[in-house]
Design a protein around this ligand. Structure first.
Ligand code: 3HC
Length: 287
C-alpha cells in the first residue's frame, strides 16, 4: 500500500544507491523518476534494476506487476527539473557536501512548497543540508543500506528543524517499501556508520600491522561473529573511498583521535584501489 499524499517519487543519482532506491519505489507501486546528469549512469542503472527485479521475481519475492512496473514504469531524465512535480525527492548523489548543498538549493527552487526533500547521505549533517533550502522543516535523512533491494533497514535522521509531519510521512513511506525505519539523531555517521566504519577501519589496521591477512581478518569475523561478509569484503563492496570519507567526517565532526583513518586505507584510495567498483581493493575482482 502506497502512502496517501505520495504519488510521485523522484530519485536523484543513478549510482548503486540511487538505482536500488528507485527500484524499490517502483516495485512498491510509486510513480518513479530516476534523474542523473550522466546519461550513461542511467543506462547502467536500468540494466542493474532489470537484473535485480528479474532475479527477485524468479525467486517469487516480487509480483509480476511489481517486476513490470520496475522494468517499464521508471521514467528517467538528465534534468533535475523532472523532479518538479514530485511529492517526495530522495537524493542519492555522490557523497560530496558542496554537491549535495547545490542539489538541495536547486530542488528547493524547482519543487512545490510541500515536497519532502530526503537525502540518502551516509554521514553529512542533515541540518546543514536542510539549511541550503528555505524549507528545512521538509528536509530529512533517509539512509538506505546497500544492496537496497535486499537490506531491511532505513536509518531516518531528523535535522534540527525537521517537523513531525515530515518524520511521520517518511516513517510510513519507508514501511510501505517493506523496510524497517530506525530513527537516529543528526550526529556524524548517525548510528550505522558510527559503528560500521570504525570496525572496518580497525580491520584495515590489522592488515597494515600484520596482525592478519585480509582473508584471515574476514574469516575471523564471518565464522567467529557470524557476519555475512568479513569487514574487508564489505569495505570493497561499499567502496574504500566511501569508508575513508565517512572516517574523515567522524574525525572532524567528533574531534576524537580514535576515528583517524588508517594510513593504509588512505594509501589504497590514493592508488585508485577502491574495491569492487574499480576491480581491486583488498581483493581482485574480474567481471
Ligand atoms: N538484487 C537482487 N538479488 C540480489 C542482489 C540485488 N541487488 N544482490 C544479491 N542478490 C542475490 C544474489 O544474486 C544471490 O542470489 P542466488 O542465491 O540466486 O545466487 C542472493 O542474493 C544471495 O547473495 P550471495 O549468495 O551473493 O551472498 P549472501 O547470501 O552473502 O547475501 C548480502 C548477500 C545480502 C549482500 C549479504 O552478504 C549481506 O547482508 N552482506 C552485508 C551487507 C551490508 O552490510 N550492507 C550494509 C553496507 S553499509 C551501507 O550500505 C551504508 C553506507 O552508508 C556505507
Amino acid at each position: 500500500m502506497t502512502v496517501p499524499g505520495i504519488e510521485h517519487v523522484a530519485v536523484v543519482g543513478a549510482g548503486t544507491m540511487g538505482n536500488g532506491i528507485a527500484q524499490v519505489c517502483a516495485t512498491s507501486g510509486y510513480r518513479t523518476t530516476l534523474i542523473d546528469v550522466n546519461a550513461e549512469a542511467i543506462e547502467r542503472a536500468k540494466k542493474t534494476i532489470a537484473q535485480s527485479v528479474t532475479k527477485l521475481h524468479s525467486k517469487g519475492k516480487i509480483s509480476d506487476e511489481a517486476r513490470d512496473h520496475a522494468l517499464k514504469g521508471i521514467q528517467t531524465s538528465t534534468d533535475l527539473s523532472a523532479a518538479a512535480d514530485a511529492d517526495l525527492v530522495i537524493e542519492a548523489a555522490t557523497e560530496n557536501k558542496a554537491l549535495k548543498l547545490q542539489i538541495f538549493a536547486d530542488l528547493d527552487r524547482l519543487c512545490h512548497a510541500n515536497t519532502i526533500l530526503a537525502t540518502n547521505t551516509s554521514s553529512i549533517s542533515i541540518t546543514e543540508i536542510a539549511a541550503a533550502t528555505k524549507r528545512p522543516q521538509h528536509v530529512i535523512g533517509a539512509h538506505f543500506m546497500n544492496p537496497v533491494p535486499l537490506m531491511a533497514l532505513v536509518e531516518i535522521i531528523r535535522g534540527y528543524n525537521t517537523n513531525h509531519a515530515t518524520l511521520s510521512t517518511i516513517l510510513e513511506f519507508t514501511q510501505s517499501l517493506g523496510k524497517t525505519p530506525v530513527e537516529a539523531a543528526d550526529y556524524p555517521g548517525f548510528i550505522s556508520n558510527r559503528i560500521l566504519c570504525p570496525m572496518i577501519n580497525e580491520a584495515i589496521y590489522c592488515v597494515m600491522e600484520g596482525v592478519g591477512t585480509p582473508e584471515a581478518v574476514d574469516t575471523v569475523m564471518r565464522l567467529g561473529m557470524n557476519h555475512p561478509m568479513g569487514p574487508l569484503t564489505l569495505a570493497d563492496f561499499v567502496g574504500l573511498d566511501v569508508v575513508l570519507a565517512v572516517m574523515d567526517v567522524l574525525y572532524e565532526g567528533l574531534g576524537d583521535p580514535k576515528y583517524r583513518a588508517c594510513p593504509l586505507l588512505r594509501k589504497m584510495v590514493a592508488a585508485g584501489h577502491l574495491g569492487k567498483k574499480s576491480g581491486r581493493g583488498f581483493y581482485v575482482y574480474n567481471e
